[in-house]
Design a protein around this ligand. Sequence first.
Ligand code: NAP
Ligand code: ZN
Length: 334
Amino acid sequence: MTARAFTGENGDEDVTIKILFCGVCHSDLHVAKNEWGFTNYPVVPGHEMVGTVMKVGSDVKKFKVGERVGVGVIVGSCKKCESCQQDLENYCPQTIFTYNSHYTDGTKTYGGYSDMIVVDERYVLRFPDNLPSEGGAPLLCAGITVYSPMKYYGMTEPGKHLGVAGLGGLGHVAVKMGKAFGLKVTVISSSPKKETEAIERLGADSFLVTSDPAKMKAALGTMDYIIDTVSAVHPLLPLLSLLKLNGKLVTVGLPDKPLELPIFPLVLGRKLVGGSDIGGMKETQEMLDFCAKHGITADVEVIRMDYINTAMERLAKSDVRYRFVIDVASSLSQ
Ligand code: NAP
Ligand code: ZN
């Protein structure tokens, strides 16, 4: 049995990583507050890590000591099931999540708000040289979570119109990816204050505030796809109404309560509602390489570890531009 987590053991297929930066995902907040009801305290959150390889096991083929690598939302899976064989480890029934989960030997997993992690090389990503660690770290969850459904649901046809609901960590990366795919991108937000930066800084083509009925009405039936990243319970009818015939609404946000699904607009407009969960390791690597090629990084507020409680309070109020990233290494060295 390969020992992992904080046992200090580096098994034959494992990589020991010194964590440099770790992004703060809204999922960290949902889990820290037990909003999904399955938090198993104590929890060390964090699943957007970039770090340096300190040690490799004798069977490790992909990585060398000193290389920069990334770790995202999963650190294990069964490797045998249909999902694992199709490089969809994220849909394996035995997925081991980076934190709030258990290894097969029963040891708890702890995430990236820490200085070291030991991970099976299958779940470690090569980090492209031209991606900065701070702005690149959030791609390991926020990036793949929006990239994977855009690819799977065919939401990448140049010239089509993408709506991005919720301009937070996931949403702002979705805007940048949408532009890289050649789409027209409209942000659908509850925060009027984000309009100028959505357009001027993030490159969106237009901006809709959900509380502005006139603008929402003018945009009815204009979008081919919507990716919904909203973290709280919200009505789907306004979003479905923005879609054209055959439009697709893909939800990746994970509110703590079910959303109500209005059936009439779905049926009458032959619309589709889908979901998506992060991405497999192969696709995560593809996404990092895509972002490196297109110069896509997250806009980040780099913080020290001792700011995390304030950061979480601000995240709960959608007050972050657009991802907090913990500078783990310097927090510990001073
Ligand atoms: P985030 O940075 O907090 O962004 C969420 C955005 O949702 C906010 O910026 C805000 O955008 C909007 N929002 C928040 N509360 C709202 C409310 N009450 N009504 C309307 N809009 C509201 O969070 P994130 O890190 O991007 O994560 C978003 C969601 O995705 C979370 O639920 C997270 O757990 C989930 N997630 C899912 C996956 C997956 O694999 N499916 C992976 C990672 C995260 P505006 O200010 O623009 O309205
Ligand atoms: Zn996440």
